[in-house]
Every structure is written in C-alpha cells, then in structure tokens.
Ligand binder design. Structure first.
Ligand SMILES: Nc1ncnc2c1ncn2[C@@H]1O[C@H](COP(=O)(O)OP(=O)(O)O)[C@@H](O)[C@H]1O
Ligand SMILES: [Mg+2]
Length: 223
C-alpha cells in the first residue's frame, strides 16, 4: 500500500471513531429521555454502521500492509548476499572491475529478505560499474566495507567512477530517473531504497571527496 494511502487512512480512523462515539452518546440520551423521531434514530444508527465499516476497512488495510512489509523477513548473512551479488554482477557487466570487500569476521547478521538484499547489492555494483565505464579509466575499483554501528549494520559501497554531480544527486532515488538511457531504466535505486526501508533500513548516497560515489546501506542487526 502506498505511503500516501496509509497516511490518509490513519487520519480518517480517529474521525470515524469520534463519529461512532458521538452517535452512541446521542442514542444513550435518547434511551433515557426520548425526543427524536424514529426516522432520525434510524438515520444515526445507519451513520454509525457506515463509520464502523470504515474503521474495519482501515484496520484491514493496515494489517495487510504490515504483513506485506515483513514478508520473507529472516536473519541474513551479509557475506552470502554480497558474494551472490558479486557473482551476478561479474556475469552481467561481463568485464573485470576490481571489487574489494572488507566484511569483518565478527559482523552481525542482519534482518531482511535475502533475495531483496542480493538485488540491492547487485544494483549498486552494476551502477558502480556503469559509473566506472563512463570514465574509461583502467584502474576502476569498487570497495565494500561493513561495520556495526549500535543496533545497525552499515555497508558502504564506494567506487572511483564518474561521481555524483549535484543535479544527479538530487534525483538519484526518483523512479525512472536515469542518465543511462536506453541501456538502463532508472528503477534500481528507487526499488533498492524501498526494499531496505521495508526491512527497517535505508539507502543513502554521498559524493566521495576524492571523486566517485559512496552508497551506504543500513540494516538492523539481527538480535
Ligand atoms: N555509483 C554511481 N556513480 C555515479 N552515478 C550513479 C551511481 N549510481 C547511480 N548513479 C546515477 O543514478 C542514476 C539512477 O540509478 P538507478 O536508479 O540505479 O537507475 P539506472 O542504473 O537504471 O540508471 C543513474 O542513471 C546514474 O546517473
Ligand atoms: Mg541501476
């Protein structure tokens, strides 16, 4: 369910609840001391039914959303995920780019969907490879470094590619934004961020001072 819809339904729930409470108060008074004609009582009972049905629908939508966002969540070993992404990236880009991954031995496992996380790292590696291709340099390099930061694990994916000029930086996560048409579709970063946010994490980007880009994946450490 889209965030805008959740926001709207969350705003509507208290209003519908308030309507039901006021109607019950009114009916309580009418039982104690009848004044209203029967048709009016019928009408307010009908209104209460509509409001209750609305609340029922909202609660149903929200529980469906929380099930959807937790779908397939498991304890995931980042080493497996990164290995898988590296293997697929080598197949897809079909050429040699040095990838140096530094995942500490004692790195905790993380919470997420293994398939989605592999897709996220694959997207980041292909993007880095594209950005390196753009420079036509021969010493293209990608660095993957992970660290535990409190309850989170962060993984930096750095490259010495073309870098992130301000206008690109601003639109990185906008669906269909791409500087690589027609080869690419501009959905990689938008979907990657969505996957990570569903797992309670995030994806951010910064230009590296020495040139190239840094993408930082944050995930919840497994308990
Ligand atoms: N590592 C990177 N270095 C430089 N630019 C990048 C990098 N990753 C992404 N970008 C920029 O962000 C845009 C959007 O990326 P993405 O959402 O993955 O879509 P796509 O790869 O299909 O273009 C890219 O077209 C590119 O301009
Ligand atoms: Mg991409």
């Amino acid at each position: 369910m889209a965030a805008a819809k959740i926001h709207r339904t969350l705003l509507e729930a208290p209003l519908a609840g308030w309507i039901v409470i006021r109607i019950l108060e009114f009916l309580e008074q009418e039982v104690a001391n009848p004044t209203a004609p029967l048709e009016e009582l019928n009408l307010v009972v009908l209104e209460a039914q509509v409001a209750i049905r609305r609340i029922k629908g909202i609660v149903g939508d929200l529980t469906a959303f929380s099930r959807e966002s937790k779908a397939g969540e498991a304890v995931v070993d980042l080493r497996t995920v990164v290995d898988e992404a590296e293997r697929l990236a080598a197949q897809r880009t079909g050429h040699q780019i040095g990838i140096q991954s530094l995942l500490p031995q004692d790195l905790p496992k993380v919470m997420g969907n293994q398939r989605h996380l592999a897709q996220v790292f694959l997207n980041l590696l292909i993007n880095a490879a594209d950005a390196i291709d753009e420079t036509s340099r021969t010493d293209g390099q990608i660095w993957i470094r992970a660290a535990k930061k409190g309850e989170a694990v962060t993984i930096d994916v750095d490259d010495n590619g073309a870098g992130l000029p301000a206008p690109v930086l601003k639109q990185l996560f906008v669906p269909f934004f791409t500087t690589r048409a027609p080869k690419r579709t501009g959905l990689g970063l938008a979907t990657s961020r969505e996957y990570l946010r569903r797992a309670g994490g995030d994806l951010t980007a910064t230009p590296r001072p020495e040139g190239g880009a840094r993408f930082t994946v944050a995930l919840r450490a497994a308990p």
